[in-house]
Write a protein that binds this ligand. Structure first.
Ligand code: PMP
Length: 305
């Protein structure tokens, strides 16, 4: 099935969406992206885009920081994205990748005096961390401080940090790396937030621990509170707590909720899927596929019935 892109203000086949070699964003990382999931519900024959508006609100915040004037409002971006996915017509789980970027074909590192544009495309994409439980290491690469590169926005430039972390982890035989902050507190994975279960409560690093404020993280906090009556404490987490937590898991749009079996060759809990993690996973998978009526407001149906 052909993929499409919305590129330079029109819908085109993905293969035809090309940018020039002098495009500013390519040289200096002056772009912002989002990762959005469309989850296929095979019984309902419907595609549900999960928390579409929240993703574009995060993109819009990033644009303010990077001085990108988006030619579209959040509502227009949502409508464009639904139309794109309708055109693609996929009947499987997909990943939607919007990019707001400095599109001027001009050299010289800066944020000002540059044109910006927006593109989005969708591709079929199943599991990102392709395993039921993952093995992690603490990365030797630290997550940058907000005064170095703001970690709260998905600028393409900051993903060098994630790429260094991911490749180090894989080349050392792990599935994912967990970065610490410059002060040595636990921050997050290369493309996921992290949660620990300690004394039956959820604990996760806070905004000041240089994390991206994940939309899946927010989803988990709300589901735990509303459905399991479990509080989440956002606080600095020290490295050794990773090894002693009774459960640990990663969250992200791509990774969903992935249980961590091992960190730095130390088994977490029983090394399988923990009790609370399992309950959250079950709730989450029903919610994102539009199978929980209580949370349908988070799901944008794509196909007309
Ligand atoms: N941290 C980083 C560095 C990420 O790239 C992602 C993926 N967007 C996340 C956390 C999780 O964010 P979300 O749940 O919004 O996908």
């Amino acid at each position: 099935m052909p993929s499409y892109a919305f590129f330079q203000k029109k819908f085109v086949p993905l293969a035809e969406a090309k940018i020039g070699v002098m495009t500013h964003a390519l040289h200096y990382g002056t772009a912002l992206f989002e990762g959005i999931r469309g989850n296929w519900n095979s019984q309902q024959k419907q595609m549900y885009i999960f928390r579409l508006k929240e993703h574009y609100q995060r993109l819009e915040s990033g644009c303010r920081l990077l001085k990108i004037k988006l030619p579209y409002s959040v509502d227009e971006l949502c409508r464009l994205t639904v139309e794109l996915v309708q055109r693609c017509g996929f009947e499987e789980d997909i990943y939607i990748r919007p990019l707001a970027y400095k599109s001027s074909e001009a050299l010289g590192v800066r944020l000002h005096d540059l044109e910006a544009d927006f593109l989005v495309f969708a591709i079929p994409w199943g599991r990102y961390l392709d395993m039921d439980t993952c093995r992690c290491c603490v990365s030797s690469w630290r997550r940058p401080d907000d005064n170095v590169i703001p970690p709260q926005i998905k600028s393409t430039g900051i993903y060098i940090n994630s790429a260094l972390t991911k490749t180090e982890a894989i080349e050392n035989g792990f599935d994912e790396g967990i970065m610490l902050s410059p002060e040595g507190y636990v921050s997050e994975g290369s493309g996921e937030n992290i949660f620990l279960v300690i004394d039956g409560q959820l604990v996760t690093p806070a905004i000041y621990n240089n994390i991206l404020m994940g939309i899946t993280r927010d989803t988990v906090i709300r589901l735990a509170q509303n459905e399991l009556d479990i509080e989440t404490i956002e606080r600095p987490v020290v490295r050794s707590e990773l090894y002693t937590a009774s459960e640990c898991f990663l969250t992200g749009t791509a990774a969903h909720i992935t249980p961590i079996a091992e960190i730095d060759n130390r088994r977490i809990g029983s090394g399988g899927i923990g009790k609370i993690t399992g309950k959250l996973q079950k709730l989450y998978f029903a919610v994102i596929r539009g199978d929980n009526p209580k949370y349908l407001a988070w799901c944008t149906p794509v196909y007309k019935k």
